[in-house]
Design a binder for this molecule. Sequence first.
Ligand SMILES: C[S@@+](CC[C@H](N)C(=O)[O-])C[C@H]1O[C@@H](n2cnc3c(N)ncnc32)[C@H](O)[C@@H]1O
Length: 432
Amino acid sequence: MNVSILTLFPNLYESFLKTSLVFRAHEKNIINSDLKSLFDFCLPKERVDGPTFGPGPGMLIKPEVVEKAIEFQDNKHGKSFKIFFSPQGKKLTQPLLKSLLPKILQTNHLLLFASRYEGIDERVEQYYADEVISLGDFILMGGDLPAMCFLESFLRLLPSVIGKTESVEHESFSGPFFDYPAYTEPVNWKCMEVPEVIRSGNHGLIEKFREEAAVKKTVKNNFEWIKNYPLTHDQKKIITKFIPGHYSVLMHGDILLKDKTVGTTSVTSLDIHDVARSSLTYGFKNYFIATPLFDQQQIVNTLIDFWKSDYGKDYNSHRFQAINSVILVNNLDEVVEEIEKKEGKKPILIVTSAKKHDSKKYITYFDQEKVWAEERPVLIIFGTGHGLAPHIIEKCDFILGPIGGFSDFNHLSVRAASSIVFDRWLGINPKY
Ligand SMILES: C[S@@+](CC[C@H](N)C(=O)[O-])C[C@H]1O[C@@H](n2cnc3c(N)ncnc32)[C@H](O)[C@@H]1O
């Protein structure tokens, strides 16, 4: 395959193209790189760049120079698959690389365009680029490093370059989990020992250890990646081994009322079984309902008893399953005690709120790793009425901020809000 590289700085690529696997790919005739300076496509004394229209700094590479360079390369090697690099493009990921592989192989001519200065004229990208790729949410001085990164990661996908297809299949980002942790001699290094099982020679045990270690490390370091991946039943099962036990509670006591006093609210039947169903869907072990009022407790018990009765079970077995996870308590202290009894550790308390509080305890829906690092069960607390009483918010370890969209309306029902919170925290939302 021909690889055209168009750049203002060809010298940057010289050792890159002559080193390691990229060099081997040339030696084995898998690729033939054709490195071109954009200056070669300027007329004598012509500038390669021009100022941008309108106020604002910066120079852009001229469209005619890019045009000449691209047309020249396409005439020489056939119509290419053209990749431009920009921080505004699609993120370079393993799934993106894999999706581009057949398209690139089909043309047999890959063209990498590395821009500089403020970039290129918007129209050039629109006209030529088959794909615009970003290396990440940061600004480099030019597209040369992205072009090299793309080429290296692309070449790794060609079995003839790497040698062993197996090493590519197991690599991080080829599936939902990272590659397994690897070790070499010496067995003892800086008081850290290579796990005994790895040295046992028992292939079955080694494989199991590696799989679990890979899952554990991915959950710990990049849960977001896992959530973005379509998971099999078995993969979900193994992931849950490394996520601490989660619980939720709906508070009907210790609630802020309309007149700003602290009091109680009434239970509603929908908040019992609907939240129980959501909570179970996202793998929460129990859903607590906290109310100190005897008559309210009787209402909850009547409902729970109905769905647990033979008639209720028969009528809707899924609802029975959800209701079976509901525990009625008087207050938050009882929830904490119950969880501690089951898990042997006090839970981390995370409150949710529709309002913004003046607190340093805020976390985002991307902070699972931070919370789980404490290796304790997690309790997510939902309020009713006008929200949780200040003393409950003060007691918590973390606060999850208001959820919402682009409107100013901020009045979600707790049923809807809890489902969104569960989904953001422990929901799978496949992107790949
Ligand atoms: C200084 S940057 C221009 C940034 C542009 N003004 C912006 O804010 O989007 C110049 C060139 O560097 C390359 N570049 C910079 N950051 C990049 C990134 N994160 N991913 C891919 N290319 C990048 C692009 O080719 C870009 O046209």
